[in-house]
Design a protein around this ligand. Structure first.
Ligand code: DGL
Length: 268
C-alpha cells in the first residue's frame, strides 16, 4: 500500500522512532494538524537506539526513511532525540524532502529554571553526542546542568509497563542524582519519557517543572509546511497508520494504549 494521490499536498507526513516513544510526538502533531494523514513506524525490534553506535542508528534511519518515502511521504519527522543526534545530518544529505528532528529542551529549561539548576534525562547515545555538547555550549552556559542516562527505561515503556514497580524503581534511581543536586527543572530528553511523566512527577514532586519537546516539534513541522506551501487542504480528520516490527504479542495493544485509542497497526 502506498498513498498515491494526484495532489502532492495530500500525501502523508511520516513519523518514526526506535519504538513507541515517538507516539508522544505524534499526538502533538495530530492535535495541531488534524487534516494531515500520518504514518508512524515503531522500529521496536531494534530498540533501544540509546546504546547503538551512530553508524548502526544511521543505517536503521535510512532503512525506515526508504520505506516511508516509498509510501509517498511528503515530510519526515525523526521523533527520536537519539536518532536525530546520530543521523539527521546524513539523512538531510541523502533525501530531498523536509526532515524535522528534535533535541533535548535545554534552551527552554534554562529559561524556565528559577534556581539555575536543570536536570536532563536522556539516552546514553544522546548525552554522548556532539550535538548535545553543542547544545550545552549554546544554552547551558549560565546554568548548572545535571545529566542522567536512563538505561533500561525505554524497554519498560516499550512493554507498556508505565506504572510497574520496576519502572518506578528505575525512575527513582535516575531522578535521585538530579534531586540531590537541587534541579528545579527536568528535561525529558527522550520521546519515550513523556509516557511516564506522572510516575516522574510522583517521585520529583509537582513543584519540579518537566519539559519535553513534542509540542515544539509539531509547531516546527507546521511552520515548515506553511513555508513550503505543503499543507493538506482536506477538511475531514485524516487517518493515522502505524507499522511495527516488534515481535511482542501485545505490540498492537501497547501502541493503542499509548495512542489513547484503538490504532490500526501493520507489521513492518
Ligand atoms: N525515543 C528515543 C529518543 O528520543 C530513543 C530511545 C532509545 O531507543 O534508546 O531518544
Amino acid at each position: 500500500m502506498n498513498f498515491q494521490t494526484s495532489q502532492p499536498n495530500e500525501r502523508p507526513i511520516a513519523v518514526f522512532d526506535s519504538g513507541v516513544g515517538g507516539i508522544s510526538v505524534l499526538k502533538h502533531i495530530h492535535a495541531l494538524l488534524p487534516n494531515e494523514q500520518l504514518l508512524y513506524v515503531a522500529d521496536s525490534k531494534h530498540a533501544p537506539y540509546g546504546n547503538k553506535t551512530p553508524q548502526e542508528i544511521q543505517s536503521r534511519c535510512f532503512e525506515i526513511a526508504d520505506f516511508l518515502i516509498a509510501k509517498n511521504a511528503k515530510a519526515l519527522v525523526v521523533a527520536c532525540n537519539t536518532a536525530t543526534a546520530a543521523a539527521i545530518d546524513a539523512m538531510r544529505l541523502r533525501y530531498q524532502l523536509p526532515i524535522i528532528g528534535m533535541e533535548p529542551a535545554v534552551k527552554s529549561a534554562a529559561a524556565a529554571t528559577k534556581n539555575g539548576i536543570i536536570g536532563v534525562l536522556a539516552t546514553t547515545g544522546t548525552l554522548k553526542s556532539a550535538q548535545f555538547a553543542a547544545l550545552l555550549e549554546s544554552y547551558g552556559r549560565n546554568v548548572e546542568v545535571v545529566t542522567q542516562a536512563c538505561v533500561g527505561l525505554v524497554e519498560c515503556i516499550e512493554r507498556g509497563e508505565l506504572n510497574a514497580s520496576n519502572t518506578k524503581n528505575l525512575i527513582q534511581q535516575y531522578c535521585a542524582p538530579l534531586l540531590a543536586e537541587g534541579a528545579d527543572t527536568i528535561v525529558l530528553g527522550c520521546t519515550h519519557y513523556p509516557f511516564v511523566r506522572e510516575a516522574i512527577t510522583d517521585i520529583v514532586g509537582k513543584e519540579v517543572i518537566l519539559i519535553d519537546t513534542g509540542a515544539a516539534v509539531a509547531n516546527q513541522l507546521k511552520h515548515r509546511l506553511v513555508q513550503e506551501n505543503m499543507q493538506a487542504g482536506r477538511m475531514e480528520k485524516a487517518s493515522v497508520m502505524f507499522w511495527t516490527n516488534s515481535t511482542a504479542d501485545n505490540a498492537a495493544q501497547v501502541i493503542s494504549q499509548l495512542w489513547g485509542e484503538s490504532a490500526e497497526v501493520l507489521v513492518l
